[in-house]
Design a protein around this ligand. Structure first.
Ligand code: XMP
Ligand code: MG
Length: 179
């Protein structure tokens, strides 16, 4: 374990196992409705989770990326800014949005609204992590990997100042690293 990490909250084994469960559940749910979603991943944090998850989605999906920002340091702030838009049109499509973590919920709410305004038929959300204690807007992911307490975490895509995304687990960062 790296010296900046206080403790591991979710191990690599747990993430791999849970991703396969979610992938199977997502496949079953979409198959029931005869829909194949366009998988939209939010850069950069969701990339490791996307890679793990899609191995277990047994549908002919396509995926695309969006980059939005609403977060500076460790504090979430209001509006989002689109840094990279989707390459393809979402008109009439069912979207499965892949997120690393739902915190205040603002990002999800704004991105969902944006996709619906662009003509998406439906938006569902799968998030690796959920911090329900921090929610300020009413929104829930349809599929959640792990609920975690209100602590700043890094790894498996999540960063502090763009670092630690490559850790294979979710760990709590030592407070002295960001204080
Ligand atoms: P909101 O508040 O809009 O935020 O739900 C979602 C985004 O906030 C970031 N976030 C974190 N990033 N460790 C991180 O590395 C955390 O503990 C954390 N909590 C929120 C993340 O970018 C997410 O997409
Ligand atoms: Mg993010």
């Amino acid at each position: 374990m790296r010296d900046v990490i206080d403790r591991i909250l979710v191990s690599e084994e747990e993430i791999v196992k849970r991703s396969s469960e979610l992938g199977k559940q997502i496949s079953d749910d979409y198959r029931k409705t005869n829909e194949t979603p366009l998988v939209v991943a939010l850069l950069k944090g969701s990339v490791p989770f996307l890679a793990e998850l899609i191995k277990h989605i047994d549908l002919d999906i396509q995926f695309d990326f969006m980059d939005v920002s609403s977060y500076q340091g460790t504090e979430s702030i209001g509006d989002i800014r689109i840094d990279k838009d989707l390459d393809c049109s979402v008109k009439g499509l069912s979207i499965l949005l892949v997120e690393d973590i739902v915190d205040t919920g603002r990002t999800l709410k704004e991105v969902t609204k944006l996709l619906m305004n662009k003509g998406a038929k439906d938006v569902k959300v799968v998030s690796l992590l959920d911090k329900p204690d921090r929610r300020v807007v009413e929104i829930e992911a349809d599929y959640v990997g792990f609920e975690i307490p209100n602590e700043f975490v890094v790894g498996f895509g999540l960063d502090y100042d763009q670092k630690y995304r490559n850790l294979p687990y979710i760990g709590v960062l030592k407070p002295e690293v960001y204080k």
